[in-house]
Design a protein around this ligand. Structure first.
Ligand code: HAM
Length: 424
């Protein structure tokens, strides 16, 4: 016999069964509503990008180890986007003359990274990207952190449940200069190593540090372990009422394009180790495409670690999918009449479906209950003749009988006020 194909999806990616997709849609909805409140506009692009887009200014780890890159039939080197920032920089630079600054843009792309799948890390994830272009005022850095904070709060998380870590690339460059480290290439390598610090055993970290800056390893350690003080951004955040903020000199961020403030937010639950989001200021990225760079600041927030946190803190609402009303014909000869009635329900905004299966009535009622469909209507010859129907509420067990008009008014009223779950 021919070997059957596995039903598993490709390694590190997810299938979204209806319930999973409903949860994803819920996350997207909170994302969109929150950022639109801050005045952000949505954009999108293709998953394909020319591979060269990522070569010069992104993260070495991503480019060398994590991109999905292939040669297309026209001999072009193509990469499945591993992040959105180079794409948005390309788009902004491409239309710079027509765009009126400041731009507040957001997107919800799916991104592809060839990572070792583990808790909080997959090979395909969805990421909210928010970026503000055309302002280099500290207030725009602060706005980004406030937006990230508001997003988490709009999922029902409290400030005690997450922690905001902030650092600044410019300030770090000054610290390094003060100990005689000025070569940008060395600082880049150092920053990438510090970014991997928590992933490495301390001894390995120290020995790699010794290889990069042989005489200055101790001084660098002192800088990155310096006790938490404040800078302009953390002071401003404090003034705006954000108290769960730490100035963390060991926060590096793996991307080469950041030039100023960088930040990441983590769950306070230390079992969830992966960042919920990360971002920063990048003043030269659009300079890859034109001589007049536009400054940008932004962040990306993934759906994987967020979902993990919402599940572990019980913050996911009950999300309902599928019909609100199931019509169950007593005889398959009535299936088409039932469909006609369903169409009348559709017109009044009640999601309705018909169970056409020639199964016992009891079995079909049971299945509707199992699927948590709130209302059922048994549909027989009597109903057709009298044009009078009975709708049963499967949660309360109550039934209502009447003409379509009467039931329609009741159902519309009742379903609008339902509190037992969220229909998207
Ligand atoms: P990033 O730190 O690579 O930044 O990703 C941002 C967030 O996306 C992470 O904190 C995490 O929530 C999620 N994420 C990243 N990789 C994965 C993965 N393999 N599986 C699941 N979730 C993941 C960036 O991508 C920057 N481009 C963000 C940015 C926008 N900076 C400025 N504007």
């Amino acid at each position: 016999m021919q070997k059957k194909i596995s039903t598993e999806p490709y390694k590190g990616v997810r299938d979204f069964y209806p319930r999973d997709l409903a949860i994803r849609e819920y996350i997207f909805k909170v994302w969109s509503q929150t950022v639109e409140q801050f005045g952000y506009e949505r954009y999108d692009a293709s998953v394909f990008e020319p591979a060269e887009l990522y070569r010069s200014k992104t993260s070495e780890e991503i480019v060398n180890e994590q991109t999905y890159t292939f040669i297309d039939r026209g001999d072009r080197e193509v990469t499945l986007r591993p992040e959105m920032t180079p794409t948005v920089a390309r788009m902004v630079a491409g239309k710079k003359r027509d765009l009126v600054m400041p731009l507040r843009w957001y997107s919800i792309p799916n991104l592809f990274r060839y990572e070792r799948p583990q808790r909080g890390r997959l090979r395909e994830h969805w990421q909210l990207n928010c970026d503000l272009f055309g302002s280099d005022d500290t207030a725009s850095d602060v706005e980004m952190v406030c937006l990230a904070d508001q997003l988490l709060k709009n999922f029902g998380l409290t400030s005690g449940e997450f922690i905001i870590r902030i650092n600044d690339r410019k300030e770090m460059t000054e610290f390094y200069a003060s100990i005689g480290l000025t070569d940008p290439a060395t600082i880049n390598i150092l920053t990438r190593l510090i970014d991997r610090k928590t992933k490495l055993p301390l001894d390995d970290f120290k020995s790699e540090l010794g290889n990069i800056v042989p005489e200055k390893a101790e001084a660098v350690l002192e800088i990155i372990n310096a006790p938490d003080k404040e800078n302009e951004v953390t002071k401003a955040l404090d003034r705006l009422g954000l108290k769960n903020v730490i100035l963390d000199r060991s926060l590096a961020r793996g991307f080469d394009y950041y030039t100023g403030m960088v930040f990441e937010i983590f769950s306070s639950n230390t079992e969830l180790k992966r960042a919920l989001l990360g971002g920063g200021r990048y003043d030269n990225l659009t300079g890859l495409f034109s001589d007049e760079p536009v400054s940008g600041v932004g962040f990306g927030m993934g759906d994987v670690s967020l979902l993990d946190l919402l599940e572990s803190t019980g913050k996911l609402p009950q999300i309902k999918t599928g019909p609100k009303l199931m019509i169950i014909p007593t005889d398959s000869k009535l299936n088409l009449d039932a469909l006609a009635l369903a169409r009348a329900w559709h017109e009044c905004g009640i999601a309705t479906a018909v169970d056409y299966r020639p199964k016992a009535l009891g079995k079909r009622l049971q299945d509707a209950d199992k699927r948590r469909i709130p209302y059922v209507m048994v549909f027989g010859t009597d109903e057709v003749v009298k044009a009078e129907y009975t709708v049963k509420n499967l949660t309360s067990g109550e039934s209502q009988t009447g003409s379509f008009e009467i039931l329609k008014n009741r159902l519309v009223e009742e379903t609008e006020g339902r509190q037992d779950g969220l229909y998207l």
